[in-house]
Design a protein around this ligand. Structure first.
Ligand code: NAD
Ligand code: TYD
Length: 359
């Protein structure tokens, strides 16, 4: 057992802290809670990048632990080495397109990995569950696809339609099962699409920014009519902080941006902003838009009703989309080294597989 914990009030284990959302959560917790030891447990898959955490990596209350949640021994070791008070579980395979080409990685990490963490918490917290918390971060994609109207609420039945969302749905059910069966003090949130700095450029917004910058084709699936509800990542991190501290055990909160965009509209919007920023002729980047074969089983629309978290915990997004997207574009244009470093050989290989047969 590490003696470093003596200096801290609590030890919080954050999984997936080197990823997109995780790094914003880790940075927020390290800065806001200097009396807590923040452990970042991450396998460093293609999506995990320790450069995301360079601002806080030398802080006293931060430790990085490399490990795989699918490996029971790795998970047991963290719980043996540290007296963990809480878990904030973000580690996951997160990209729908990858879940279509390789579902098994999603089953292993999102389901088996989550159960390994649940088992370790259950074992180590037996008889002292009172001041513990297992916070599972999930997605609105578990609810399936909406038509042109309506919103997902906390009671919308699950109807996942991709291997990614089915694996996340399965993990949500298991987390709730451990609450009902074993009294594990869990809380769950289901959030809409995030955007912002540090997102791996295989997801819509950073991919478009990257390709516009490099004058490469902008692959829009189908007709671009699919709708997503976009939330700035720091607003999600703030909601996570709030639910972690004030959410009711056993409950679920939906988190969303109340900010619906059709894919084609968002791509055109980014093109216009970037033409301006890069001193290009108006309309130049839109010429790069290329409609490609649709994603199989492509969910038409996601939209979150976030009234519960607003009413009960007083949360609402602080960033309006105009400012948030501009901040995001500026970040990618400024952090050229970050982009260069993540666009590795593996990424290019994946990118080619993904898009070469879609043109
Ligand atoms: P991401 O893909 O950017 O990062 C995932 C992180 O998990 C990476 O650092 C990766 O190295 C790590 N990881 C993957 N497999 C692991 C394993 N087996 N063991 C340990 N670490 C592992 O994902 P993200 O977009 O930051 O999403 C984080 C969480 O939030 C996920 O659970 C996702 O389902 C959820 N979520 C994401 C969004 C979104 O728009 N990105 C929206 C709602 C919910
Ligand atoms: P994505 O960022 O992969 O998030 P999710 O599928 O989890 O919502 O995709 C967002 C939307 O953009 C989704 O409707 C699929 C679409 N899309 C494209 O049209 N082209 C692309 O190259 C990508 C990656 C996504």
């Amino acid at each position: 057992m590490s003696d470093v914990m003596e200096h801290f009030r609590k030890t919080i284990l954050i999984t997936g802290g080197a990823g997109f959302i995780g790094c914003h959560v880790v940075k927020r917790f390290v800065r806001n809670y200097p009396d807590c030891l923040i452990l970042n447990f991450d396998k460093l898959t293609y999506a995990g990048n320790l450069e995301n955490l360079s601002e806080i990596e030398n802080e006293n209350n931060y430790r990085f632990l490399k490990g795989d949640i699918v490996n029971e021994a790795d998970v047991s070791k963290v719980f043996a080495d540290y007296q963990i008070d809480s878990v904030i579980h973000l580690a996951a395979e997160s990209h729908v397109d990858r879940s279509i080409s390789n579902p098994m990685a999603f089953i292993m990490t999102n389901i088996v990995g989550t159960v390994n963490l649940l088992n370790a918490a259950k074992l180590n917290w037996a008889g002292k569950m009172n001041d513990k918390r297992f916070y599972h971060i999930s997605t609105d994609e578990v609810f399936g696809s909406l038509g042109e109207t309506g919103f997902f609420t906390e009671t919308t039945p699950y109807y996942p339609r991709s291997p990614y969302s089915a694996a996340k749905a399965s993990s949500d059910h298991l987390v709730r099962a451990y609450y009902h069966t074993f009294d594990l003090p869990v809380v769950v949130t289901n959030c809409s699409n995030n955007y912002g700095p540090n997102q791996f450029p295989e997801k819509l917004i950073p991919l478009m920014i990257h390709n516009i910058k490099n004058k490469k084709p902008l692959p829009v699936y189908g007709k671009g009519d699919n709708v997503r509800d976009w939330l700035y990542v720091e607003d999600h991190a703030e909601a996570i902080d709030l639910v972690f501290h004030q959410g009711t055990t056993g409950e679920t909160y939906n988190i969303g941006g109340n900010n619906e965009w059709k894919n084609i509209d968002i791509v055109r919007h980014i093109c216009r902003i970037m033409d301006d920023k890069l001193n290009r002729i108006a309309g130049e980047s839109e010429e790069l838009i290329t409609f490609v074969t649709d994603r199989p089983g492509h969910d038409l629309r996601y939209a979150i009703d976030a009234s519960r978290i607003k009413k009960e915990l007083g949360w609402s997004p602080k960033h309006d989309f105009e400012k948030g997207i501009e901040k995001t574009i500026d970040w990618y244009l400024t952090n050229t080294l970050w982009l260069e470093n993540v666009t590795t050989g593996e990424y290019r290989k994946y990118y080619e597989q993904q898009y070469d047969n879609r043109q």
